[in-house]
Ligand binder design. Structure first.
Ligand SMILES: *[C@@H]1O[C@H](CO)[C@@H](O)[C@H](O)[C@H]1NC(C)=O
Ligand SMILES: *[C@@H]1O[C@H](CO)[C@@H](O)[C@H](O)[C@H]1NC(C)=O
Ligand SMILES: *[C@@H]1O[C@H](CO)[C@@H](O)[C@H](O)[C@H]1NC(C)=O
Length: 416
């Protein structure tokens, strides 16, 4: 298999015992095998369920069918030693090309474990097209048509199915607290704007971390470059094999991981590159998080999702732009904007000054469009220098900077 990282090669060397796979600095990676400063991190090596189990938690995989036939997976984390009477449900929703593994990649400092330990019923979403949600009632992941979906589909079908399912399984402990990173927030906004009453019935609070609700002020070069090409890619290739190129295990995926995990210099180059074209600068990258990141990112998606997200840098977040087919589809020449002022569920927004993808300006624009009722908890700006888009998930001090505050907020609503 070409997903050959030096990590995995090392595993093959000494396959019977546990081998170091992460180090605190790039320099340490040169001597990873015998370097006492390096260690083995299960999150750099295994999938989401194995990670959860290896920390002593229980995990349930729930496969649910959306009304358009996709079979998506929810993971549920169980801390057996917590016995609170009412386990309030929390749904954690990952960003574009991430997966549910986002919330268990930092050991005891992971948001998923922090919430499970505090007595919440923690569910991890996996959007259609990610490696954990590659099934469909009639289509296979090898079918080109499987990959023909956009942000609207994820919002209307996946979010609806997840919320309804969790409500059904845990009906007695109040409404769901929904935490979304990046497009994990986008899909909740589109869902809430489209089904405001349903959202109010099922969701107690939306917490949005670096929410993407239009990125006109983005500093991300990648988003701007993709804007120029995704339209053509979709037009020309959506009915060809290229439709599958963003899936887990695709050639692109393997090349990226093959290069970025191949040696410490390339690893550092990849991180610097990603930071400078999309995520934002980091003052000190946590080198031990890099193999974890590349073990779980990129998880899969489809091109139309990428097109819709990059379109949002030009025209704001709207329904999918079908070009000349907008008129028959929507009755208007331009795709309609989502009217997020219809959402009455409280929305707590967190953004970071150091995030180049979702800038404070765009976050402010989003906040100003919310209804008064949605704004009751206000918002939070992370001012730590160089806390970038990825640091919301894999940042060195993210527990102290962010997760502890979120837990405090969530606890404060517990018995309301
Ligand atoms: C994770 O990997 C283990 C084996 O390493 C496998 O049994 C399990 O099914 C995988 N989980 C998922 C969700 O793919
Ligand atoms: C579960 O929660 C308890 C109490 O918060 C904590 O002591 C324990 O470390 C947690 N983790 C596991 C795997 O039980
Ligand atoms: C993702 O792709 C890799 C190959 O690159 C494969 O080893 C892994 O099993 C795939 N994951 C899933 C959940 O299909």
């Amino acid at each position: 298999m070409l997903r050959a990282s030096f990590v995995l090669l090392l595993l093959a060397y000494k396959s019977h015992c546990i081998v170091n796979n992460v180090c605190p600095t790039y320099e340490d990676y040169f001597t990873i095998r015998d370097n006492p400063r390096c260690w083995y991190d299960v999150a750099a090596d295994q999938n989401a369920t194995t990670i959860i189990i290896s920390y002593g938690y229980g995990v349930e995989s729930h496969k649910i069918v959306t009304s358009d036939g996709y079979i998506i997976t929810l993971f549920r984390i169980i801390n057996y030693s917590v016995s609170v009477e009412r386990k309030v449900p929390v749904l954690l929703q990952h960003g574009l090309l991430y997966s549910g593994a986002s919330f268990v990649g930092k050991g005891q400092n992971s948001l998923g474990f922090i919430l499970a330990d505090a007595g919440y019923d923690v569910w991890l979403g996996n959007m259609r097209g990610t490696q954990y949600s590659e099934e469909h009632v009639t289509l296979s992941r090898d079918d080109i048509k499987f990959w023909n979906f956009d942000v609207d589909d994820i919002s209307f079908y996946d979010v609806t199915a997840q919320l309804q399912y969790i409500t059904q399984v845990n009906p007695e402990n109040g409404k769901i607290i929904y935490v979304g990173h990046s497009i994990g927030a986008t899909i909740a906004l589109a869902y809430g704007a489209t089904f405001p009453q349903e959202a109010q019935n099922m969701v107690k609070l939306f917490i949005f971390l670096a929410p993407n609700a239009g990125t006109k002020n983005t500093k991300s070069l990648l988003l701007r470059i993709l804007l120029l090409v995704t339209e053509s890619i979709v037009k020309v290739f959506i009915n060809t094999e290229v439709a599958k190129y963003l899936s887990n295990g695709s050639v692109l995926d393997q090349v990226l991981r093959g290069i970025c995990l191949n040696d410490p210099i390339l690893m550092k180059t990849c991180v610097t590159f990603l930071n400078s074209i999309i995520l934002g600068p980091q003052r000190e990258t946590d080198a031990s998080a890099v193999p974890v990141f590349f073990n779980h990112v990129p998880s899969g998606t489809g091109w139309r999702v990428v097109k819709q997200i990059t379109d949002a840098t030009a025209i704001g977040l709207r329904a999918y732009d079908f070009g000349i087919y907008n008129l028959p589809q929507y009755g208007t020449l331009l795709p309609p904007l989502y009217d997020i002022s219809k959402i009455e569920v409280p929305i707590y927004i967190v953004h970071s000054r150091g995030d180049w993808c979702i800038t404070p300006k765009d976050s402010e624009l989003l906040y100003n469009r919310l209804s008064h009722r949605a704004k009751i908890f206000g918002k939070l700006e992370i001012t730590e220098k160089d806390f970038n888009h990825n640091d919301f998930i894999y940042g060195r001090n993210v527990k102290k900077i962010l997760y502890d505050k979120l837990l405090y907020l969530i606890n404060s609503l517990r018995y309301n």
